[in-house]
Design a protein around this ligand. Structure first.
Ligand code: HMN
Length: 289
C-alpha cells in the first residue's frame, strides 16, 4: 500500500453522466503510462461530492473492472450521510478494494467524539481497513496529534491521507505512529513530505504528472535531494500553471492531448473558456513530452 497513488479523475459527458470509455482510458493511462502504484477512487478529484450514490458505485465497479489487481485501489466512501458511507464501504469491499478512505465529516461543526464515532461506525461495519482523509482547508476539521492517536487505536484504521501544509504535525505523526501509513496530499509539497519519511502520496496532478511524482518520491528515499528538488521545481511550475487556470478542468484538457477522453467537469464546476483550453494545451506541450 506504499507509493504514488493517483487521485483518479472521472470523465463525465456534457449531461453530467459517467463517460465510461473515458474513465477506462483514465485508469489505463495511470497504470500503463504513468505507472503509478495505486488509484484513489471517488475522492475530491473524482468530483465525488457532486454525484449520486448510484454513480459512485458504478465508478467503483468500472475502475475495479479495468484495473483488476494490477495496482492497489483505495475507495473513498466518506459522506455526511453515514448510511451512504456504510453502504459504499460494503460495496467497495465486496468488489475487492484494498482499503477504504473517508473524508472527515464536514459542514456541521462535529466534535471529536462524533468524528471518532463516524470512523468507527464505517469501518467496523466491514471487513476492510480505513485511511483517514484529512483536508482541513476544505473541511474546516483540524485534528491534533492526540486525536489522530485516538482514531488509530482502532487497528482497522491503518493510516491518514494528510492534505495540509503543517509539517510540524506531519513530523510528529510520523514519529509517534511509525507503523501507520501516512500519505502526503499536496502534490506541490511532495518532496518536503517525502523527506519526513511518509509512506506515499495521493494526488490529483498525478493524473498527468505521475511519472515525475514517482521519481521525486524515489529520489528522496535514496537521499538524492538535489535531483529531487530539480524535479519538484519543474512539477511546481506545472502545478502553478494548472492552479491558475482551473485545477480539474485543466488536468482534463491536458489528458485529452494524450489521447484520453477525459470529458468535462460536472456542474456547478464550469467549463474552461477557449483561451483557457489553449493554456491547458500549452501546459501539456511544455510539461508532458
Ligand atoms: C482527492 O481526494 O481527490 C485528492 O486526494 C485530493 C488531493 O489531495 C488534491 N487536493 C485537492 O484537489 C483539494 C491535491 O492533489 C491537489 O489537487 C494538488 O496538490 C494541487 O493543489
Amino acid at each position: 500500500m506504499k507509493g504514488i497513488f493517483t487521485a483518479l479523475m472521472c470523465a463525465f459527458d456534457e449531461q453530467g453522466n459517467i463517460h465510461e470509455k473515458g474513465l477506462r482510458q483514465l485508469v489505463r493511462h495511470n497504470i500503463d503510462v504513468s505507472k503509478v502504484d495505486g488509484l484513489y477512487v471517488n475522492g475530491s478529484t473524482g468530483e465525488n461530492f457532486l454525484i449520486s450514490t448510484e454513480n459512485k458505485k458504478r465508478i467503483f465497479e468500472i475502475v475495479k473492472d479495468e484495473a483488476g489487481d494490477q495496482v492497489k485501489l483505495i475507495a473513498q466512501v466518506g459522506s455526511l450521510n453515514i448510511d451512504e458511507a456504510v453502504e459504499l464501504a460494503q460495496f467497495a469491499t465486496d468488489l475487492g478494494y484494498d482499503s477504504l478512505s473517508a473524508v472527515t465529516p464536514f459542514y456541521y461543526k462535529f466534535d471529536f467524539e462524533e468524528i471518532k464515532d463516524y470512523y468507527n461506525t464505517i469501518i467496523n461495519s466491514v471487513d476492510n481497513t480505513m485511511i483517514i482523509y484529512s483536508i482541513p482547508a476544505l473541511t474546516g476539521v483540524n485534528m491534533s496529534l492526540e486525536q489522530f492517536g485516538e482514531l488509530f487505536e482502532n487497528e482497522k484504521i491503518i493510516g491518514v491521507k494528510f492534505t495540509a501544509p503543517d509539517f510540524y504535525l506531519l513530523e510528529r505523526l510520523r514519529h509517534a505512529y511509525p507503523e501507520k501509513l501516512i500519505y502526503s496530499g499536496f502534490d506541490e509539497m511532495l518532496l518536503s513530505a517525502a523527506v519526513l519519511n511518509v509512506d506515499g502520496a495521493i494526488g490529483s496532478t498525478f493524473n498527468v504528472n505521475g511519472a515525475r511524482a514517482r521519481s521525486i518520491f524515489q529520489l528522496a528515499q535514496e537521499g538524492k535531494i538535489e535531483e529531487a528538488r530539480e524535479l519538484q521545481k519543474v512539477t511546481n511550475d506545472l502545478i502553478s500553471g494548472i492552479l491558475a487556470n482551473g485545477l480539474y478542468q485543466t488536468i482534463k484538457e491536458m489528458l485529452k492531448t494524450q489521447g484520453v477522453e477525459a470529458g468535462v467537469c460536472r456542474k456547478p464546476m464550469k467549463q474552461l473558456s477557449a483561451d483557457k483550453v489553449k493554456v491547458a494545451q500549452e501546459l501539456a506541450a511544455k510539461f508532458l513530452s
